[in-house]
Structures are given as structure tokens and as C-alpha cells.
Design a protein. Structure first.
Length: 214
């Protein structure tokens, strides 16, 4: 397995560094980022009754820890989050740890990708009990990938990502079953690891760059 540095994400561009060769790749991103939810609007997962009497819809089944995790993703990027099925928490790239084994909360959310647009239909987010658990999970997944190229080229790879000169986490990608391209990335500051998949590798990477914009 070859280790590689990737993606110092600047405004509209990324720099890929592989095997000592620097390749400048200019990427345009969409405008999925946006202002915070206006005051007075109900938070994600809570709807006010049509009668306007302040009553709320039944709870979405999320625990406080799962709700806090879902809130880090942003209502303009995901919706309809539910507790992640246990067998999906360990989904690729690479075999990961499960609930109670380093992961203390996990949610599966629908993305705000419209029909016909590139990107995954859903994203799975995990919160780790501590930084050591996050790093161990990422390392285990990376070790299972046969690094042969770069994620930007739609090839299995183990990389890192960040903005400007600041590294924010790891970024892994691999070919999954049925032609899917799987990606996994961590956000060290949040002690989270996320994953998504699509048969359109280029579209998935473009969606990810937009999804991780500040």
C-alpha cells in the first residue's frame, strides 16, 4: 500500500501530491453551502403541526448523541436522518469498527442531491468515542485498500485532505461491489468518519468537494 497526500482544498481548486509529483487540478463546485437556518424555523427532524399550535411531529427515533451527530452535517446538505443499521456502520472502504467498538453514534442521512445530479443518495456518519478510536478505524480501513492510483482519478487510494496547508483528516476510496466507488473520510476536529458511494466516481468526488466546503 502506498501512502499519498491529497487535496489541500482551496477556493475552487485542489492540489494533489502523489509520488513526489504535484498536479494542479482546478475544480468548480456548486453552491450547496449556504447560510445558517434562519431563527424561528424548526430544526431538522422536527415539524410544527399544520394547526400552528406548537405541537411537534413524532420524534425521528434519534438519540441525543445521534441528533448531535446529524446536526454537524447541516440541514442544507442532508435530511431525513435515521439511526444507521449496525451492519452499515462497518461499510467500506475497508473493514471498519462497529457500534460499541469505538463508534458511539451513527446516522444514515439522505443527501440533498436532486434526480439527475451527480452524487450519492445517502451518506453515513459515525462519531467516535475518542481520537484514538477514529485513527484506529481509519488505519484499519486504509490497510485493506490496494492503493493503485488516486481518488480523483476514480482509483483505489489512501490519502489525506485539508484546506490550504491544514490537514483535516484522511480520505480513502476503493471499488466496491456492483461497480460502486466507495469513499470514506474523517474530520479529526469532530471525531467523525463519513462514507458514501456512487457508480459515478467523478460525480462522487465533485459532490464530496462541495459537501465539505465550509
Amino acid at each position: 500500500m502506498r501512502r499519498r497526500m491529497v487535496a489541500a482544498v482551496a477556493t475552487g481548486a485542489a492540489v494533489l501530491v502523489a509520488a513526489g509529483v504535484t498536479i494542479a487540478v482546478v475544480l468548480t463546485t456548486g453552491g450547496s453551502g449556504g447560510p445558517a437556518q434562519p431563527p424561528g424555523r424548526p430544526s431538522a427532524g422536527v415539524t410544527v403541526s399544520a394547526a400552528g399550535d406548537g405541537r411537534t411531529a413524532p420524534p425521528d427515533g434519534l438519540t441525543p448523541a445521534q441528533r448531535a451527530l446529524a446536526d454537524t452535517l447541516g440541514p442544507l446538505k442532508v435530511h431525513s436522518c435515521v439511526p444507521a443499521p449496525a451492519d452499515q456502520v462497518t461499510q467500506p472502504p475497508g473493514p471498519g469498527v462497529g457500534l460499541g467498538d469505538g463508534v458511539d453514534a451513527a446516522v444514515l442521512c439522505q443527501t440533498n442531491v436532486s434526480a439527475g445530479e451527480p452524487g450519492p443518495a445517502e451518506v453515513l456518519a459515525r462519531h467516535y468515542r475518542d481520537a484514538a478510536a477514529e485513527q484506529a478505524d481509519a488505519g484499519r480501513r486504509a490497510a485493506a485498500i490496494d492503493d493503485v492510483g488516486s481518488c480523483a482519478a476514480g482509483q483505489p487510494s489512501t490519502e489525506t485532505w485539508g484546506r490550504s496547508t491544514r490537514q483535516l483528516g484522511v480520505f480513502l476510496c476503493d471499488r466496491g461491489p456492483a461497480g460502486a466507488f466507495d469513499i470514506f473520510w474523517t474530520v479529526a476536529a469532530d471525531q467523525t468518519g463519513l462514507s458514501a458511494a456512487s457508480t459515478d466516481a467523478a460525480g462522487l468526488i465533485a459532490w464530496w468537494r462541495d459537501f465539505t466546503r465550509p
